[in-house]
Design a protein around this ligand. Structure first.
Ligand code: ACO
Length: 271
């Protein structure tokens, strides 16, 4: 209910118990939505409730939103999955990996698909998503940053794909964007060593669009939002569709796709 109100009035959905359980805050201000991971005392560790909350935001995002900012409260963007998942007790109400291992594989796979839904919508052509990343972005935290179209990072950022060190694979949609951003060899290096990527390397290899001093992260993100909102909404969505499809098409196919999108634009603008 609170979320529905936030959609209508551009307010804060922080009162929604499902958001609170997931440690997520969600605010809409005109064309800008902000998702804040809000469990700083636990370094914004993520649970299945976090991913459900993200999925619900995606399902109910107001149509007027053009830019989605994803950020983390406190010193870290996100320290990844809640480590209680590795314990026998697990996360209250959400189980543990131990209990998941005893259930049938199909239902756990389904849970993963649901979790992934919380990340996948951030790539929709109708929006541009920006991760504003400071401090640690580990495992699921790194993958949430990768789920966004753009990453603006503070100079203390440290990305780490820790899953292989814990016997897991990165399964929250991060592998494809990582390979597309940095190339296969670098992605193998980063994931299979579980090493830390700091700000200067993140910038150099294309993980980050911009590195700023920690205190300037909010302002830098705001500037990017303003730049993104300065272009035509429909042209932006059409252009993002073209860019997203470019790698999977031949030059000939891509040229044809450009023509189709442009014809629709001309019709909308001058028809
Ligand atoms: N899950 C649950 N709680 C966490 C997590 C986590 N992933 N990360 C940090 N916390 C908690 C700590 O237990 C601590 O709680 P406490 O104050 O009740 O003891 C609090 O957050 C602060 O953590 P510190 O370790 O004291 O903070 P610091 O800034 O020194 O270190 C760091 C931060 C490096 C992120 C460290 O907490 C850490 O290594 N966390 C675990 C990272 C990890 O392995 N994540 C899993 C990745 S794999 C995946 O995501 C699928």
């Amino acid at each position: 209910m609170a979320e529905a109100q936030a959609r209508q009035h551009g307010g804060n959905a922080g009162d929604d118990p499902a958001m609170a359980e997931g440690g997520v805050r969600f605010e809409v201000d005109g064309e800008i939505a902000t998702i804040t991971l809000d469990r700083p005392e636990k370094r914004n560790a993520q649970t299945f409730a976090t991913w459900s909350a993200l999925a619900r935001i995606g399902e109910t995002l107001p149509e007027r939103v053009r830019v989605v900012v994803v950020k983390g409260e406190g010193p870290s963007f996100s320290a990844g999955i809640d480590l209680r998942m590795f314990t026998a007790e697990g996360v209250p109400g959400q189980g543990s990996f131990g209990s998941a291992a005893k259930s049938d594989g199909a239902s756990f796979e389904q849970s993963i698909r649901r979790a992934q839904a919380g990340f996948l919508w951030l790539r929709r052509p109708e929006i541009v998503s920006i991760a504003a990343v400071q401090g640690h972005a580990i495992g699921a935290g790194f993958q949430l940053a990768l789920a966004c179209d753009l990453r603006i990072v503070a100079d203390d950022v440290s990305f780490c794909m820790k899953e292989p060190a814990l016997g897991l694979v990165p399964d929250l949609t991060g592998t494809k964007p990582l390979v597309e951003l940095v190339g296969l060899a670098k992605a193998i290096d980063i994931c299979l060593t579980a090493r830390t990527v700091h700000a200067d390397e993140a910038m150099r290899i294309g993980l980050a669009e911009r590195v700023v001093a920690g205190g300037d992260l909010e302002q830098a993100t705001r500037e990017k939002v303003e730049q993104l909102l300065s272009t035509n909404r429909d042209a932006a969505a059409a252009t993002k569709r073209l860019l997203q499809g470019a790698q999977g098409r031949t030059l000939e196919e891509q040229s044809r796709a450009e023509g189709i999108e442009q014809a629709a634009r001309i019709k909308a603008l001058f028809g």
